[in-house]
Design a protein. Structure first.
Lengths: 107, 122
C-alpha cells in the first residue's frame, strides 16, 4: 500500500492569508492525486484531481501542484468558509489511500 | 444529478456482522467504467478507503481488512452492499459510499453520500 503523509497536521491562519499544505507519497504516483475539503459533520468534497485540475465549481483560489512523490495544495486569500480539514488521496493503485489530514484553523 | 445515500444499523455489537447499503441515482453501475467505493472515518480521525466494485463486477479491498469485507452490487436496484464481519469497537466510524469519477479506473471520488455513523458496542 502507498503511504501518504501530509504536513503540517494543523495550521492557524487569518482571512486573506495564503496557505500551503504538503502531501508526500511513499512511492511515485505520477499525478494521480486528489485533494478534498471536509467540514465538521459533512462528507468530503473533491477540490483538485490529477494533482492540479480544479473540480467544477471550486473557486480558483485553490491550486494544486506536484508530481511523483511531492504535492502541494495552496489556498490564496483564505476565506472564512475555507476553515476546514484537507485530505490528499492517491489513486495510482487499486488500493487507494488518504493522507492523515491537515486542519486549517482561524488564528 | 448524482446522489448516493448510505443506510444500515446505527449500532451493532462486537462480533456481529455489519451490512451497509449504498443507494445511488444519476448513474448506472452497468456503464463501462463506473465504480463505487466504501470509505470510513473513525470519530476525529482520517479517512480510510475500504473497498471498490466496478461495472464489470471487479472487486478490490484494503489489505488490512480484506478477510472481513465483502462488496457486492444489485444493478437493478442501483445499490452497492458492504458487509464487514466480526465487528469490534475500533470499527466505530462514519461509513461513506462514493462514486469514482467517470473515465477513471482508480480514483478520484467526485460524489459522496452523507455518511452513516456506526457504533460498535462491546
Amino acid at each position: 500500500d502507498i503511504q501518504m503523509t501530509q504536513s503540517p497536521s494543523a495550521l492557524s491562519a487569518s482571512v486573506g492569508d495564503r496557505v500551503t499544505i504538503t502531501c508526500r507519497a511513499g512511492q511515485s504516483i505520477d499525478t494521480w492525486l486528489a485533494w478534498y475539503q471536509q467540514k465538521p459533520g459533512r462528507a468530503p468534497k473533491l477540490l483538485i484531481f490529477d494533482a492540479s485540475s480544479l473540480e467544477s465549481g471550486v473557486p480558483s483560489r485553490f491550486t494544486g501542484s506536484g508530481s511523483g512523490t511531492e504535492f502541494t495544495l495552496s489556498i490564496n486569500s483564505l476565506q472564512p468558509e475555507d476553515f476546514a480539514t484537507y485530505y490528499c488521496q492517491q489513486y495510482k493503485s487499486y488500493s487507494r489511500s488518504f493522507g492523515q489530514g491537515t486542519t486549517v484553523e482561524i488564528k | 444529478q448524482v446522489t448516493l445515500r448510505e443506510s444500515g444499523p446505527a449500532l451493532v455489537k462486537s462480533t456481529e456482522t455489519l451490512t451497509l447499503t449504498c443507494s445511488f441515482s444519476g448513474f448506472s453501475l452497468t456503464t463501462s467504467g463506473a465504480c463505487v467505493s466504501w470509505i470510513r472515518q473513525p470519530p476525529g480521525k482520517a479517512l480510510e478507503w475500504l473497498a471498490v466494485i466496478d461495472w464489470d463486477d471487479g472487486k478490490f479491498y484494503t489489505t488490512s481488512l480484506k478477510t472481513r469485507l465483502t462488496i457486492s452490487k444489485d444493478t437493478a436496484k442501483n445499490q452497492v452492499v458492504l458487509t464487514m464481519t466480526d465487528m469490534d469497537p475500533v470499527d466505530t466510524a462514519t461509513y461513506y459510499c462514493a462514486r469514482i469519477r467517470d473515465g477513471y479506473s482508480f480514483g478520484p471520488f467526485d460524489s459522496w453520500g452523507q455518511g452513516t455513523l456506526v457504533t460498535v458496542s462491546s
